[in-house]
Design a binder for this molecule. Sequence first.
Ligand code: THU
Length: 136
Amino acid sequence: MNMDELFLAAQKAAEAAYAPYSRFRVGAALLGEGGAVHTGCNVENRSFGLTICAERTAAVKGISRGERGFTALAISTPDSPDPVGPCGACRQVLTEFMAPGARVRFGGSSPERVDTTIGELYPFDSLHDLARKKTP
Ligand code: THU
């Protein structure tokens, strides 16, 4: 599974988005350590703050299937021409299960893609380092 294929999975996942309030669909695809792909979409709520992002949907789906680490992430935002990166909350949640060097690609409806890493998106993660030191 390469980043192009993972991005295609994210594009497909965006089709299931439940976004009647923002009309902004998001799809995410996480590559599990064993090679399985876990996808997710945003799921909104009439109480707006209860909305869950596509990235966290994908992460909780993967973890609930027994996955414990992800090596790559792709995000598709088909309702924006420009690439849209993950929100701050998702960056922190993803770092729980991704090494800093894990690849991330995001893109919208234009051909432009951003290729980066989770460590670049969430740098100076001292809380993560502290947790790692304390975990047996
Ligand atoms: N959203 C995501 O699913 N992921 C992001 O990284 C950014 C925002 C969703 C939340 C909401 O349903 C809609 O996009 C507009 O913010």
